[in-house]
Design a protein around this ligand. Sequence first.
Ligand code: PLP
Length: 495
Amino acid sequence: MAQFFSTRNDKERVSGSKAIIHGIASDGGLYVPEKFENIYKECMEMDNYSDVCNKVLSSFFPEIGISEQVEMAYSKFSENPPVIIKKAGDFNVVELYHGPTCAFKDFALSVLPHLVRKSKEIEIDSNNTVILAATSGDTGKAALEAFSNKDTYEKDIQIVVLYPQNGVSDIQKRQMITQEGSNVNVIGINGNFDDAQSAVKDLFADKKLRELLMKDNLDFSSANSINIGRLIPQIAYYFYSYTELVARGEIKEGEKVSFCVPTGNFGDILAGYYAKKMGLPVYRLICASNENDVLTDFFQTGIYNKKRQLLLTASPSMDILISSNLERLLYHISASTNMVSKWMDQLEKQGFYCIFGDDEKFNEKIKKELEIFIGFSSSHALSQETIHKTYKKYGYLMDTHSSVAYSAAEEIHLPGKTIVLSTASPFKFAPSVCEALGLDISGLSEFEILDLLSSKTGVEIPGPLRELEGKEVIHNLMAERSDIKEVVTALLKRQ
Ligand SMILES: *Cc1c(COP(=O)(O)O)cnc(C)c1O
C-alpha cells in the first residue's frame, strides 16, 4: 500500500486515506508520496479520460476504489471527453474548464468528495468532517459545488469557504454567494488570498480548537491543493493530453513535450512534475505567473521572497504570494525534510529563504533538479494583448489566466512542442476579456457583459454561468482577518 509522509518529517508514514482525511500533517508540512510508479505505457493504451484518472488514482490510493464515482463525476462535465484540446497558432491549448464551475479546479474537486467519503469508511472515522477551503476564486466554488448536499441532504460533511472580498471577479463571487445546500458556509474576508490561506493553516494548527471540535465529533480537512487528494487527480490530464495528441499525430510517441501552466498555488504545475516522475516524456514545465512574480524570481535566483506587495490583477486566481505546493517540490529536489523545515521556518519568521547554501554539492544537486522549470512573469499589457491577438489571428478566445500562460509560451519559445493549459472559461472574467478585445462595457451589468462577449465572439455562455442570473444571494457573512477563527468557530458550534 502506498504511504505518505510530511515534507517536514519523513519518520512517520500514513496511509493515503489518512493523508486525505487530515489534509495537512500535524507538523504543518504537506503529505508527499514515498514513491512514484511508472504508468506511461499503460496510459498510452487508454483513450478514455476516466480510465486514465483511475489508473493514476489506483497508483497512489490502491485501497480506495472509486472508479464508478470517477466515471460519474466526469460525466457531469459539459463536454465529453472532459478535456478539449484545440490548436491555436503554434500551440495546442488544453481546455480544462468544461466542468460544473467553469475552471480547472473541477477536475480534482469533482473527485475529492468521493476520496474523502471512502477514506472515512476505510479509517472507520465517524467524525463529521469540516472541509476548510481558502480560495482565490475558483477553488471555493468548485469545492462548494462538489461537497454541497443540495442533492443528497447528508450532514456528515460541512464545508466552509473563505474568499477575499475584493480579490475575486464579480462572477466568481456570485457563484459562491448563491451556493445552495444546508452544509455550506461562505465567508468574505477583509484581506487577500494569502490571508485566507494563512487563516486556514492556523485553524488547522490550533490544537485547542480541534480538541473543542472533537467533543462535537467534528474534525477539519482541506479542499485546497495542500490536500494530496486534491493534487493527485490533476496528474491525469497531463497523461490524457499527451496520449490524445499522439493519437492525433501532433506528437510522436515518446517525444518530449513541454507544458506551460498558469500558476498560483503551484498545485497544477506540481501535478505536471508528478506526471514526469511517473514516466510522461516532459522536456520543460513553464511556470507562468502574472505580475505577482515571486515564483519567477525563485526559479531565477533560488531565493523565495514574499516580502512584496500582492498585486490585484486581471487573473485573480493567480494572485498569490505564498505558493503552498512549492514546499512539496522543495522536498522532492532536496530529499531533506530538515532543509524543508528550515526554509519554511525562515519564510514564516523572516519572509524569505534561499535554497542555496555553503554546500556546493547540494547546490549543484538541487540546481540540476530544478532545470526542468522555467519561470516567466507576464505583464498585464502582454497578457491582454495576447487575448486580442490570438482571437484576431486564430479566432481563439481565451481567459486572462490562460493568456498569461500562452504569452509565456510564446516569449520563451522552447524547442519542440509546448502544450498550453487553459484553466478558466473566458466568461468567468468577461470584463477583462472584453477590455482586451476593445469592447466597451461601461454601464453594463455583469450579465449584460456576458451577453456582449458572447454576441461579439459567437462563443456560447456556459450554462452554469448563465443560470447565475436568476439565483438568490444566500451568503453574506463577512469577517475581519483578526476575527476569522471566532467566526468559523461560531458557525460550527451553531450546527
Ligand atoms: C487556481 C487557478 C490557477 C492556479 O493554479 P494553481 O494550482 O493554484 O497553481 C490558474 N488559473 C485558474 C483559472 C485557477 O482557478
